[in-house]
Design a protein around this ligand. Structure first.
Ligand code: AMP
Length: 211
């Protein structure tokens, strides 16, 4: 049995055509069903529907053999206990530093509001900047507007959320996309089945006309 962990929303929607090309079709629609475990058209493949942040945890501990997770989530998780065999190239966006328009020059010791504490800490440390990181769980864009922070680190896709809040991007932290992750023990114990799955998904990604 192969167990694949996946989150609802954009990753699921964009992964569905790739899984279909790889020959895997979920038995139910997690967007509408309350079920958390799904059978698929293949007798030996099932899916777990999890919060995005929990996908690496389930895979690292072997509760799932494989998972689909955003690089932003993996960077926060740490990822040492996981293999990351494939970039699916879906749910693409960028992690960026953004400030209020007209406040592009940051103070020497900036206050940075973010949900992505680890990525932010590493980014500013690599730049030799001593940043004070303020952990938020959402609506980061508000923080510079109300004076809680000098800048934010957040995900940007079209840029319209930043623009709507009078913010501008000043630096890119890293590009983000969805990755296939694999449990290390499963890669040894179920090597042939895992390899078949990874190869078929890799072929589906290569055939995908979307960038
Ligand atoms: P946008 O206005 O198109 O730049 O989208 C920015 C908003 O969408 C931010 O609140 C982001 O947190 C969120 N977002 C954009 N892309 C992604 C992604 N691939 N995964 C998760 N959240 C995203």
């Amino acid at each position: 049995m192969l167990t694949i962990a996946i989150s609802k929303g954009r990753i699921y929607r964009e992964a569905l055509p790739l899984l279909d090309t790889a020959g895997i079709r979920p038995g139910d629609d997690p967007e509408t069903s309350r079920k958390l475990v799904f059978d698929t058209n293949l007798d030996d493949v099932r899916m777990l529907v999890l919060r995005a942040q929990d996908v690496p945890t389930f895979v690292e501990h072997g509760a799932a053999d494989l998972g689909l997770a955003g690089k932003d989530v993996l960077l926060e998780h740490g990822g040492e206990g996981l293999y990351e065999p494939l970039d699916l190239g879906i749910a693409r966006c960028r992690m960026v530093v953004a400030v209020r328009r007209g406040r592009e020059t940051l103070p020497r010791r900036p206050r940075v509001a973010t949900k992505y504490v680890e990525s932010t800490r590493r980014f500013f440390a690599a730049a030799g900047v001593q940043a004070e990181i303020i952990k938020l769980y959402g609506s980061m864009e508000l923080a510079p507007v109300v004076g809680l922070a000098d800048c934010i680190v957040d995900l940007v896709d079209t840029g319209s959320t930043l623009a709507a809040n009078g913010l501008v991007e000043v630096e890119e932290v890293c590009p983000i996309s969805t990755r296939l992750i694999a449990n290390k023990a499963s890669m040894k114990m179920k090597h042939a089945r895992m390899k078949t799955f990874i190869d078929s998904l890799s072929n589906a990604v290569a055939e995908d006309p979307a960038p």
